[in-house]
Design a protein around this ligand. Structure first.
Ligand SMILES: [Zn+2]
Length: 264
């Protein structure tokens, strides 16, 4: 496995991969062209924000981590979060997000810096958060940062997934991502993904429209212009990110390292 000093994980809530073909997404198109990607990664059931994010950070499915709604409950049998593993490995951790329920993705004390702005329901909220993120992460040399943009999901619920307003929100998310990426040094590995898709004005089911998410990665040592052939799952994020940053994945995690994304 290649070794990265810095990695940024950007999550666009409720982003369907087929929306990336319909919306104007200059920055994500560049990421796809310069990195490895799949438009057929799989989320978990229920395809709901907090259960999916918990799987994205704790590397196990909801039946194991126990979070099955958007209300966090203390786990009976805790599984280490990616944030806990990185923190124990003395790798700096940062979270920048605009949906407050994500405060429990790691255990208390696992974040070195945390920025929450309560604006995921507002047009322009993601851009405001992106400008904050660009300031915090500008010149980033080491560590892990998680950036969460929530407005695409908001528009999916109010106007419908794949509606013109939703497609426009995806373009706005791309602009916000461009604001962040512009400030990152080239050696920072970047991943852009989602927690779930959506259909009509909802999500949460096992339908492909709800379960299929994009997973894009780009950076030094990552394959360029490459479409991943293997099945990527949301639970693969923690072992993959920990390995890239040189930390030992937790033994409890059931996801795999997405080794196919790496050159050679
Ligand atoms: Zn969501």
């Amino acid at each position: 496995m290649i070794r990265a000093d810095a990695l940024v994980l950007i999550v666009v809530d409720g982003l369907r991969p087929d929306a990336l073909r319909r919306a104007a997404t200059l920055h994500l198109d560049r990421l796809v062209a310069g990195g490895a990607h799949t438009y057929a990664a799989r989320s978990v059931m229920p395809s709901v924000t907090l259960p999916c994010h918990t799987s994205m950070f704790r590397g196990v499915r909801p039946e194991r981590h126990g979070i099955t709604t958007n209300v966090w409950i203390p786990p009976a049998r805790p599984v280490p979060s990616l944030l806990d593993v990185l923190h124990r490995a003395k790798i700096p951790t940062i979270a920048i997000y605009n949906w407050e329920q994500l405060r429990d993705l790691g255990d208390p004390g696992s974040l070195d810096q945390s920025y929450f702005v309560n604006n995921c329901y507002e047009p322009g909220g993601d851009q405001e958060l992106a400008e904050l993120a660009a300031g915090v992460l500008g010149g980033m040399e080491a560590g892990f940062a998680f950036v969460y943009l929530g407005y695409v999901d908001t528009v999916g619920h109010s106007q419908g997934w794949m509606s013109p307003a939703y497609i426009d929100a995806v373009s706005q998310a791309d602009q916000a991502i461009g604001t962040i990426l512009a400030e990152l040094p080239p050696q920072v590995v970047r991943i852009v993904t989602s927690d779930h898709g959506g259909h009509a004005q909802t999500h949460g089911t096992e339908m492909p429209e709800d379960m299929t998410i994009p997973w894009l990665i780009q950076g030094p040592g990552i394959r360029q212009g490459y479409q991943l052939q293997g099945q990527v799952e949301i639970i693969d994020n923690p072992p993959t990110i920990a390995s890239l940053l040189g930390a030992e994945p937790a033994t409890e995690w059931t996801g795999k390292v997405i080794a196919e994304a790496v050159d050679g």
